[in-house]
Ligand binder design. Sequence first.
Ligand code: PHE
Ligand code: NA
Length: 496
Amino acid sequence: MREQWNNKLGFLLAAIGSAVGLGNIWRFPYVAGTNGGGAFLIPYFFAIVTAGIPILILEYTMGKTYHGGAPVTLARMNKKFEILGWFQTMVAFVISTYYVAIIVWTLKYLQFSLTLEWGDDPTGFFLNFLGATDSASNLGGIQMNLLFPFLIVWAIVAFIMYKGVRHGIEVVCRVTLPILMLLIVLLVIRGITLPGAVDGLNYLFQPDWSALKKPGVWVAAYGQIFFSLSIGFAIMVSYASYLPKKTDVVNSACITATANHGFEVFTAIGIFGIVGFMAGQQGVDVAEVAGGGVGLAFMTFPTAINALPAFNALFAICFFGALFIAAITSMISILQAVIASMHDKFNIDHNVATTIVVLPSFLISTIFITGGGLNILDIVDSFVNNLGIVGCGCAEVFLLGWFFKTEKLREEANRYSNFSIGKWWNYALKFVTVFVLGVMIVLNTIDYVCHGYGGFATKDVAIFGWGAILFVIVAGFIFALMKGKDGYRDLDEIAH
Ligand code: PHE
Ligand code: NA
């Protein structure tokens, strides 16, 4: 018998736990800040309505109807679709290997929070903390200060994964999500009451309308929605596969999206309050502080926290504690997607499936705690997000929209839902989403081919960027061609 969530609330908390992650706390503020500020909210909401919620409804319906990880679910819809599920699974696998590194930094910073001992020199993060080398291919050995927290994070994550969906993931999300909420509320209250907060908020919300004319801004909005909602690459399909058939998915999708994006914008308010405060302290432009990228969380924030008038440690714990919880609950969803894919196709025991996923991910992830780690992470993350996730998402919507009767899925979604989705849903998927994502892939590919990425050496971009994409394709093919166990077929019949 396939595992199931205890109840709908448990599922929702797990799904929200997956959605709310580094993307909300760390990615959204700088993406919004650099893409038109307040004006960015327009493409952002447009993307939520035309892609975010429709795809979430689609993936929830697929999962709960066909009861399998992405490859098996897709195979049951059409045998030829299975390969896409494996590409998605491999994208999730690659993400799991580096996502964990950011959790490791966060844990270490949580420890620093107790004493505020991260020093005032922001370059310390790169040079001392990460031992960053000058290039991605210069690994420079494992950073010993990261080794212990690395093992701890993996121990926690592995423990949850072995416990399974109901006793592991669901329990963790039930306990930690309320804590996360509390931490964020404290953070925002502190953020907006700081001197200079208004400048930060003005920067975040002041609309630069000319941004709306730039295609890149729309592309960034769709990219943010995909990453932030964890859609397009097997995650939500696998979580929904542990739902009973009678679940109201329309309502679940709306709740997940509202919670995630509400959280995202709310958190950004707190963050930009602090960014404004920081800019005032240093006498620089808000834009300068806000454009910090990765550095925003690990360089700018520690400096800002040390400059706070009071309760510095408390605030530091709120911030890095929130980051830690948000990241762990996302990490487990990424791994579960891969575990579900293995388990369902090969009909293997949960512990075996967990081991064959967690162990390789653990081994590969060690390269992200070497001196070259940050550079590799930067390259892999960019390629996997901008080509991998977007590519898989586009292929999913394209194949289902054009070669599958989405009308059947719409009926299935509506059958158990309080309020029904209209026919617009089919069109949103079939035309709008396919078009925007298609354009995104073309633009991103051209950009990578012509300009490389982020000023990194061509060789490094080839190895880690294109290499990651090649890995996804080759490994995807291998798993798709492998023969599934009998259970795979049995399950096939149950679905229809
Ligand atoms: N949705 C998560 C976030 O906003 C990120 C994530 C990516 C989660 C990949 C799962 C898988 O940070
Ligand atoms: Na998110």
